[in-house]
Structure formats: C-alpha cells, structure tokens
Design a binder for this molecule. Structure first.
Ligand SMILES: [Zn+2]
Length: 254
C-alpha cells in the first residue's frame, strides 16, 4: 500500500471502520513508515483535543443549569415560609448565585489553564528527549548550573541537587512555555529523565498539586518561593511525588 492510500484511510482506520484486510495492510505500513505513523499520531491527538474542548464547553452550561436550579429552589423555600416579601433575602440569593457562578467559572478557567500548561509541559519534555537537546549546561554541580542561568533569564531558579536522595541533577537549559522563557532543570532517577520547568509566579500558593497524566507522562505542579514549577517524567507517580515534595520544600543547606 502506498503512503497516499494510507493517509486517505487514517480517519476510518482510527475509528475502526475498515475491513480487517485493509486495516492489517495499514498496520503493516505504519510499522515500517515513520512519516505515516507520525501522521496517524497527529490525527489521533487532534481527535483527542477536539473531544477535550467539547467536554470543556459543555461544563459551563451544566454549571449554569445547576445554579439556576439552586436559585429556583431557594425562592420556592422562601415562598413556602410565606413570610412577607423580603427584598434583602431576594438580593442575597441572587448575589449568592452570581458568586457561585463566578467561582465555578474561575475554577473551570483555572483548570483549563492548567490543562494547556500540562500539554506544553509534555511537549517540552518530549522535545528535550527527542531533539538530543536535554541540557544547555551539563553539570551535576548546582553551583555551576545556577549561575549559568544568570543573564539568560530575568529570574534566578532554585537549583538544588538531590543526588543523596537518588535524584541527581544532570544539568539545565532554557526553554519556552506559556509565551515566556523558563528554566528547565534536568534530573535523573535510575534511567528516567525528569524535567522541571520553573518560572516566577507572584502569589502562587505554596505546595504541590496532585499528579496528572497526559500521553503516558506524569506531571506534578506547584509553587515554591514565588516560583511556579512543573515536574514531568515517565517515572511512576509515587517516586515523582517524592521528588516534587523535595523540590517544593528543599532541605535547608548548611
Ligand atoms: Zn507511508
């Protein structure tokens, strides 16, 4: 089968709509043709992101319906009490609805922003592994890596070596996420590479959020000392959480 024939059938192939013979021919071709395999991957990701966006846009409608329902219920309760009409109560319930709606929207927006960042973080991680461009400065010495960032970034990322805990620093590089330059710190645990993306974020809450998984990579994000950080690796969640915990609260140095 020619590349062109394969490309024409990627969409029905993904949706499992082809006859078994054609499907098998395409599978065989994909196994030996990186270009078509990459095209399949792009098509699959596009489908996934479309589905995600659809789910996202459905959420606000659900929220709005829930708030409207709550307001109607509150008004009914008030009527049932058959008290004289109280404008204050009506105003309060309207205000509560607005606050609930705004809060819900804020959470959705925040979740959406994190989701976008997560995608960029995974891309950055994969890029660093594929392009043979893991580090700009290869050093296990934090006193070499930290000064290397000076003059290249307008902030100074926290650089700590966690070799004693089994997470040696490997080096650092400049990367670009969310439309700004970020520091990428590279650590290793056994044969797993860990990228930590760091950038300043005023008012970020200290600590780390629960892990999320995208495309087989685990991520934990959080903040420490005015910096946002995203930790990403194919390392298992438990060990990645251990590492993120150290990163969020590095041991005091003498
Ligand atoms: Zn091909």
């Amino acid at each position: 089968m020619e590349c062109r024939d394969v490309r024409d059938r990627l969409s029905p192939f993904l949706d499992d709509e082809l006859d078994p013979v054609t499907s098998r021919e395409i599978s065989l071709h994909l196994a030996s043709c990186p270009d078509c395999a990459a095209a399949l991957d792009r098509q699959r990701k596009l489908g996934e992101s479309l589905r995600r966006d659809l789910e996202y846009h459905r959420a606000p409608d659900l929220l709005r319906a829930r708030v409207a329902h709550a307001v109607r219920a509150a008004v009914r309760r008030e009527d049932a009490r058959s008290r004289p009409s109280s404008p204050t109560w009506r105003w309060l319930s309207a205000a509560a609805a607005v606050i609930a709606l705004a809060g819900g929207t804020w959470l959705l927006t925040r979740g959406r922003a994190d989701d976008l960042t997560a995608r960029e973080v995974v891309s950055g991680h994969v890029r660093s592994l594929m392009a043979n461009h893991l580090t700009d400065v290869a050093s296990t010495d934090q006193h070499t890596v930290k000064p290397w960032f000076a003059g290249k970034l307008d902030f100074s990322p926290p650089v700590t070596d966690f070799a004693e805990a089994g997470f040696p620093l490997v080096g650092g590089r400049l990367d670009y996420l969310e439309d700004h330059s970020v520091a990428a710190l590279v650590y290793q645990h056994r044969n797993h590479v860990i990228n930590v993306f760091v950038w300043p974020m005023a008012g970020a809450r200290e600590g780390a959020a629960p892990a999320v998984t995208r495309q087989g990579f685990h991520m934990i994000h959080g903040a420490h000392a005015g910096m946002a950080f995203w930790v990403v690796s194919d390392l298992n969640v438990a060990e990645l959480a251990t590492f993120a915990g150290m990163f969020a609260a590095p041991p005091a140095r003498p």
